[in-house]
Design a binder for this molecule. Sequence first.
Ligand code: HEC
Length: 448
Amino acid sequence: MEFLDKLVLPQSAHHMVLLKYLLVLTFILLIPYLSVLFGSLTLSLYFERKSAKTSDNKYYHFAKELIDQVTFNKGVAFALGLVPMLSAAFCYAQLLHLSGLNVPGYILISFLFLLAAVILIYTYKYTYHLKEIFEFASNKSDSQSGIIEELESYNFRTSHLHKRAGWYGIIFLTIAIYMFIGAVQSAVDTSNWQNGSDLISIIISLDTITYFLQFLAASIGLTSAYTLYRNFRSNSGKEHSSSGSIEFVKNFSLKTGLIATIILPALIILNIFSKPVESLSFNMFGASLAALFLLLFISILFYVMIKESSVKFSSMVIYLFVGVFTFIVIKDQFAFDTSTKKQFAMLAANYEEYQNKIKEEYGLAVEAISGADIYNGKCIACHKFDQKLVGPPYNETLPKYDGKRDQLIKFIMNPVKVNPDYPAMPNQGLKPKEAEAVADYLLTTYKK
Ligand code: HEC
């Protein structure tokens, strides 16, 4: 993954800040999407199994509904999943340049797993529909037995593909997410920066494990809310096969939603405790507290909906969940900020060095401050060496500074009244280095 590091252009401190904002935006798209994708696929697989065991149609329909709700459009997977993950890799490559951490590399690997998972998940979805079409056709065409056989064999193969796609899909997706979380968390833990971060220590780090648990709970919570929202918003236009099935979807989503939102705060707190001490900050606690507060509110809404057996708050719950995810992302970013201050100071220094190198390359030699230039730019209006202008000629005043360079510098930096025949010299606002340079220039020049 060296090549990512080669693409890096050193950035100024201001650009670094922009990159961090970009990272926050990226996460705000990516994390909720991955959550709903993971939650929907897991529940869909679970209910498909359950329907195979009980041959209850409502489980079967729910499983299909669940996968359809995240795959309604192929663009979504690109816009909310694949592209943000790539852009996160590039942001980290810039931000962690020269740190010895391979975060962007690990993110690229999870990107590949995510790509494979997305392909498998869409296969899982399409074979769901194909299977039904084959079943439907083989029931209809009872006249020609040859066709029936063919249909049945296709049906069998599609079912097989369907199952495999589903299970491999969830495995690949889990690997992608776990690896991504591990990489992002390892960027916060500065203690392992120097020894480099090997894959094993990322995988078994407490931080990664607790964050993954937090992700699981958030994913089930958000998926439940999203399912409610998709199925029960007033204009969803869905006719459900039986009212029993719709009741089931409602009750299931409400209950799992409530359970997930009750568990989630504990996991968030657990994750904070497993973070390295140097990443903790007041801002981070603030953002966590805001997330916890919203979660409390969500669980109350879920509870009320269960009590009243209604879904009236389902869209509100979605908005609140977006808030929770945003605060979690902000919290993580604060942790990253705090623990990486040194890194950014180093990069800023590196940037200056880099700029000087570029200037040299273009022949804009790094300005050594030139006394002659300062004299010609600032002093010449009032001073000549051999003539009186506004100020006295240098040839008269400089001899007394011979061997007293420091005093001359002091005067130039901070002129005081000397000669009653002249007005006072206005302060020229030179920097120490500039005053030194012009003093040297004057002292060496007036003698010639
Ligand atoms: C706006 C006019 C003005 C400019 C510009 C100006 N000077 Fe002067 N300078 C004066 C005057 C007037 C005096 C005489 C002040 C006095 O004797 O109190 C003076 C006096 C001096 C003296 C003599 C001090 C002494 O101890 O007698 C030095 C040396 C000097 N200037 C250096 C500089 C240098 C170097 C610059 C440019 C960075 C500069 N001046 C720019 C007006 C100017």
